[in-house]
Write a protein that binds this ligand. Sequence first.
Ligand code: MEV
Length: 302
Amino acid sequence: MEKAAHGRAGGKVILLGEHAVVYGRPALATGIALGVDATLEVGQGPRLVSDEPDDDRGVRLVAEVARAVGLDPSRTIVRVRSALPAGRGLGSSAALCVAVLRAAAAAAKRALTVDDELALGRRFEAIFHGTPSGVDPAAAALGSCFRFVRGEPPDVTPVVPGRPIGLVVGFGERPRSTGSAVGGLRARWETDRARYEGLFDEIGAIVDDGIRAARAGDLAALGAAFDRNQAVLEALGVSSRDVEQLVACARAAGALGAKLTGGGAGGAAIAVGENPEALAAALRRRGVTTLIVDVARETQAA
Ligand code: MEV
């Protein structure tokens, strides 16, 4: 390889179904435009150069990705730039994995299919948290809105909203670790499987109600699904005071529904409303940092 090779992948927002998706229930997620850019060059490796503090996991990622596409890890350096805040439920680890994979595939002149990206993305994401469902790398690979059920291969069905869905993401005060939220829930599930399986079933039904609402363009019904999903996430013990304050704030500002998003016990919440700009402005007046994700537009961009 003479020239540097590039790869890019976007982050994600989980609309419904996080955590239960690890246990085989469906989730509704969308890829977003904000993402990670990776540039691969030849040099003494394996090495990942980023704005984050050096971390063994980055070295492992570069080494495993290089091997997977037939490059020599000891001659592989990857530089990354991320527009995604880490620990905020926006899929920064999965976007990193898929961006590095795409850069390496370009360097090795290997064409990857979507199925390759789904399988490899999930394998590499396990470097960052133990038992990923694969929904985050699927969003990074697809960039669009979809229903997801884990598996080898996963069951992925496109979801085209009946009208644009403006989601407002509000960020909590502190980033959170997806790995510890997933691990904590696993420990609780081990002690009372029947209870937790029942809660996961409730979430599965809410996800499919939410998908019907999204396809019908019924924002009120989608908002109701967000609220129901948040209640079950609280019962699972993966919510937090931070995120519950954000959710209350969004509802007080006129949201049709709000919930946490992603794994990290409250790094971020999402809200749906008829007027996302007004909702985001109301949240910002309360000191919350926000991002608006237009699901229809993100879907078309993919
Ligand atoms: C993390 O974005 C979503 C979780 O459901 C974990 C996973 O699906 O891998 C919490």
